[in-house]
Ligand binder design. Sequence first.
Ligand SMILES: Nc1ncnc2c1ncn2[C@@H]1O[C@H](COP(=O)(O)OP(=O)(O)OP(=O)(O)O)[C@@H](O)[C@H]1O
Ligand SMILES: [Mg+2]
Length: 289
Amino acid sequence: MGQEHAAHLPGSKGVLRGDRQRRPRPDRAAAGARERRRQRRGRRARADRARAARADGAAHESLNVPVVQVEGLARRYGEREALSDVSLRLQSGQTLVVFGPNGAGKTTLLRVLATLLRPHAGSVEVLGAPLPQQAWSVRGRIGLLGHEPLLYRELTARENLRFHARLHRVKLSRVDELLERLGLDGRADEPLRTLSRGMVQRAAVARAVLHEPELLLLDEPRANLDPAAIELVEPLIGPAPGRTRVICSHDPHGGISEADQVLGLRAGCVALLRERARVSVEEIAGLYR
Ligand SMILES: Nc1ncnc2c1ncn2[C@@H]1O[C@H](COP(=O)(O)OP(=O)(O)OP(=O)(O)O)[C@@H](O)[C@H]1O
Ligand SMILES: [Mg+2]
């Protein structure tokens, strides 16, 4: 192909006469164009899915569909039944606090709601999406703060959060804002493995709320935090309009005070499910006897 033709190929603008090695080969140029078309299609499909998910979200709010609706949920690990016949509903803006002794199934419930574990029986809907079928459509609207920080130990807090910001298409300035609000900016550029447990927990809080999720799933969220840190995290994980929360707790007084509904689990079964006003601290204590 002569150079006058090469000048019309996509990407060939500015090819210099005699600069043979920099001239794109036609097969490469066509492959490049195909790849760009494929990427554009991928971006359009992702945008369509996100639009559909937002429309679903808006529909579920306007119809007053519960943010969490669970019916007859069961989940096993091998032979061990971790949850059996659990049913509950949670409306937008409400907080459900889950109590129960070690091994009662609290974390398992949170992981099912976070779309990380499939239900083995029963039905689970989160933000209007049935799980696991439509898990993809709601993952970006859920924030999970678990027992594990879900952060890379070799990366710094800032690098970890920037990684998650890119995944959620969140502005990188939000990372700096959160690091400052959580009092981590002085240590944000050291590997996570060199930070104290409380500092790592602060970084984990930042990760969970980075994308301002509508549903927050918090597993003992104040574990390892000092009183000053508890105050700092409060605006980020505390009650807020449009923020629905499920919190696992071992603190009857503190837990009841922030609950709209209280769930007590025992050996994977619902032992108690009631509005806060109708639950006493003694009843919660009774779950542990
Ligand atoms: N990955 C796993 N593999 C096998 N069994 C598991 C697994 N995770 C949890 N289990 C079991 O499932 C049951 C419920 O565990 P889960 O972690 O949900 O309890 P929990 O209420 O969160 O307890 P804790 O208060 O100690 O955090 C327990 O018997 C536990 O041993
Ligand atoms: Mg747990």
